[in-house]
Design a protein around this ligand. Structure first.
Ligand code: 13P
Length: 245
């Protein structure tokens, strides 16, 4: 079973559009064997909840339970909203909001402790040479998972998202994504246990669309895709779901 995860980012800005996109996505997702997970912006979660009986995620969360934290959304607030997944460590938050590995680590630990599943994003800035996976990927994983108990590792999906491939139309090659997946599994295997490394789900993200989605999901060792802009286009994303099946 493959994962098709929609990161709507901030592309959708009205309830009307959110409902329409959600409805179309659900209709295709119900007919598919893939695990389709929608991660809308927070204000659209109630819209989705009314109709959605499949997996739902959010794009960020705060690590404290409650208190004087202006502007933050806590895990506790999400508990009764059918939210199962949290995207953490996305490069847009690392780059535009200054999120450090230390912050990502606090969020990862809090989300896992509260019973959520984490989609942890890692990836390098500059385009690399063929078959060379930058060590930053391992450094991010080691820092972001610092102190995470091994019992929680099966609740993590790692999304390999090279920053140069995000929103640029320049996707990585499936072979490189596969090499990155091996490297990620080895890193987690070294940190915990080979079995946990082998078992972890690794996704690819970065300019995935209907033209290249099958190249990634059909490639050995890639468990699915994390899709940005194409997931916010109704026809494009439903087409992708149908293609993956
Ligand atoms: P694009 O699919 O728009 O390149 O974005 C990828 C991404 O950042 C998903 O989290």
């Amino acid at each position: 079973m493959k994962y098709l995860i929609a990161n709507w980012k901030a592309y959708i800005t009205s309830h009307k559009d959110a409902k329409a996109l959600f409805k179309a996505t659900q209709a295709s997702a119900e007919a598919s064997m893939s695990e389709v997970i929608i991660c809308p912006p927070f204000p659209f979660i109630p819209d989705v909840k009314q109709n959605w009986d499949m997996a739902l995620g959010v794009q960020d969360v705060f690590w404290e339970e409650k208190g004087a934290y202006t502007g933050e959304v806590t895990l506790e607030m999400l508990k009764n909203l059918n939210v199962e997944y949290v995207i953490l460590g996305h490069s847009e938050r690392r780059n535009y909001l200054g999120e450090t590995d230390e912050v990502v680590n606090k969020k990862v630990k809090a989300a896992l402790k509260a019973g959520f599943k984490v989609i942890l994003c890692v990836g390098e800035k500059e385009r690399k040479e063929e078959n060379v996976i930058p060590t930053i990927v391992a450094e991010q994983i080691r820092a972001d998972l610092d102190g995470v108990p091994k019992t929680k590792i099966p609740n993590i999906l790692v999304a390999y998202e090279p920053i140069w491939a995000i929103g640029t139309g320049l996707s990585d090659t499936p072979e490189n994504a596969h090499q990155a997946a091996l490297y990620i599994r080895k890193t987690i295997g070294d940190m915990y246990h080979t079995k946990l490394g082998v078992g972890i789900k690794v996704l690819y993200g970065g300019s995935v669309n209907s033209k290249n989605v099958l190249d990634f999901v059909n490639y050995h060792g890639i468990d699915g895709v994390l899709v940005g802009s194409a997931s916010a286009k109704k026809d494009e994303f439903t087409k992708m779901i149908k293609m993956v099946g």
